[in-house]
Design a protein around this ligand. Structure first.
Ligand SMILES: O=C(CO)[C@@H](O)[C@H](O)COP(=O)(O)O
Length: 225
């Protein structure tokens, strides 16, 4: 089974995905083998995703499995793709603008997921990145389209590019793997700050007009644009 994709392009994307997984560890978003990152192969109906059950410190470029958008392996590989491959594949089929998907079990965000609670937009940093609350998606078991369907349908109603799948964990999407990792980092940071704020009392809300303005500035003005 061979695919006509530049070996250089695949090699570079595999190497990048190793680094993106190490970023999840560095930011404290995953332990052991939990979580995974994938990246769409530009211009092709293919994506690369972490092999299932491989510890982060053992990940290498060859640990990234090439799959088609049905979640089937698209290359000869001795490795099984991630448990969440079907969910990532569903997102790539349904959201052509998405180039990267991340899944974590980061603790503060998982606490909200376990409680079925969205992370409310009570900080300007949450308005900047998420444009509103970080929503909760339905409970769904791993292994078929249910998680992917829950991710896509929940994101459809929100500006957030992160969703807390009930009783499970975080899924984020982005234009590429880097953007999806950034959203996962800021999702956990937001959940932690809100949890801490609640220990001091009920966090104060932000007017929706201010949330809109903050989100617009962050997307269109912030940084070296
Ligand atoms: O939460 C889940 C199962 O949905 C995964 O994040 C696993 O914890 C990691 O699975 P692999 O990517 O190693 O198969």
């Amino acid at each position: 089974m061979s695919v006509d994709v530049s070996p250089q392009l695949l090699g570079d994307l595999r190497a990048e995905l190793v680094e993106r997984h190490q970023q999840l560890v560095r930011y404290g978003l995953v332990v052991w083998t939990a979580g995974n990152v994938s990246a769409r192969v530009p211009g092709r109906e293919l994506f690369l995703i972490k092999a299932s059950g491989v510890e982060y410190e053992r990940l290498e470029p060859a640990s990234m499995v090439l799959c088609d958008l049905n979640g089937e392996r698209a290359e000869q590989s001795g490795l099984k793709a991630s448990s969440d491959t079907a969910a990532h594949a569903y997102v790539y089929r349904a959201m052509p603008e998405v180039g990267g998907v991340v899944h974590t079990h980061s603790n503060y965000a998982c606490a909200f997921a376990a409680a079925g609670e969205p992370v409310p937009c009570v900080l300007t940093g949450i308005a900047d990145e998420f444009g509103g609350e970080i929503p909760v998606g339905p409970f769904a078991r791993v292994g078929n389209d249910d998680i992917g369907e829950g991710i896509v349908s929940t994101l459809a109603g929100h500006r957030s590019r992160a969703v807390l799948m009930q009783n499970h964990g975080v899924f984020t999407v982005g234009a590429n793997a880097e953007a999806a990792v950034k959203t996962a980092v800021l999702c956990e940071d937001s959940a932690k700050s809100v949890h801490l704020a609640r220990s001091l009392g009920e966090p104060l809300s932000i007017a929706s007009a201010d949330i809109d303005a903050l989100h617009d500035r962050y997307r269109n003005v912030y940084g070296q644009q």
